[in-house]
Write a protein that binds this ligand. Structure first.
Ligand SMILES: C[S@@+](CC[C@H](N)C(=O)[O-])C[C@H]1O[C@@H](n2cnc3c(N)ncnc32)[C@H](O)[C@@H]1O
Length: 227
């Protein structure tokens, strides 16, 4: 993997709470953050006494390299958002500059925690569709802004294999958003739901309070029968 193919763009604990409808009891669970990248979710939950392991291929790089890539990403994403203002809802953030500032602050918190989190085993260099964890090691797996969002980059097979792997290592999987970068519902949503329902899982779309991509306020929640 090359660092310039990764989009390091991180969200905060408050955003994760809204995207995944996380309750106080959810935050006490053992959580896998899949593709957490430079989000401050792990750092903030750990500081509050919770247990999160984040995996991301990004963690193979040094803090300095990641910081440089964040700065480049910041400029290009803010400028793309300015050209497509109508695709987003500007209530949580006032405008693209406001959103960009919030993201830089989140990523500053991540970078401050990165070395410590590496030594504590909270940031692991792993990548879907294959993870090193034991069966049911986690109570909850969260995947933010990776599956479905990058539907043009990842195939349906990749989505199914990845979700199967997340359901192997965790009893419940929540994925946000269910739309692609083009702000259209991912073409993989229905085949994914059908695939897992045929194998005895529930695969429900749930409305949540987080809406930055217009009409993007939905997550997919998957569970086994017994979960
Ligand atoms: C847009 S960022 C989202 C970061 C974080 N989840 C958030 O919402 O703030 C997407 C992340 O997915 C990671 N990623 C890319 N391919 C991956 C893979 N195969 N397995 C796990 N993570 C991957 C990237 O490195 C990047 O950090």
């Amino acid at each position: 993997m090359k660092l310039n193919t990764v989009v390091p763009w991180g969200r905060s604990l408050d955003e994760y709470k809204m995207m995944f409808d996380l309750s106080e009891s959810d935050l006490k669970k053992s959580i896998l953050g899949c593709g957490d990248g430079p989000a401050s979710f792990n750092s903030e939950v750990t500081a509050a006494g919770g247990h999160v392991i984040s995996i991301d291929p990004l963690y193979a790089f040094s803090a300095e390299d990641i910081q440089g890539r964040i700065e480049e990403t910041h400029k290009s994403i803010v400028s793309q958002m300015k050209q497509n203002l109508q695709r987003y809802v500007w209530t949580q953030f006032k405008d693209p500059d406001d959103l960009g500032r919030a993201r830089l602050e989140v990523m500053r918190v991540f970078l401050q925690d990165f070395e410590k989190g590496l030594t504590e085993g909270r940031y692991l260099t792993e990548a879907l569709p294959s993870l090193s964890f034991a069966e049911n090691q986690f109570e909850l797996c969260l995947c933010s802004h990776l599956l479905f969002l990058f539907s043009e980059q990842f195939s349906l097979e990749f989505h199914i294999e990845s979700i199967q792997e997340l359901l192997r290592v965790g009893s419940e999987v929540r994925i946000f958003p269910i739309m692609g970068l083009n702000c259209q519902i991912s073409p993989y949503l229905e085949p994914v739901q059908q695939h897992f329902r045929e194998r005895g899982y529930s695969a429900e779309v749930v409305q949540v309070d987080y809406e930055v991509q217009r009409d993007g306020n939905y997550m997919l929640c998957l569970k086994g029968q017994e979960a």
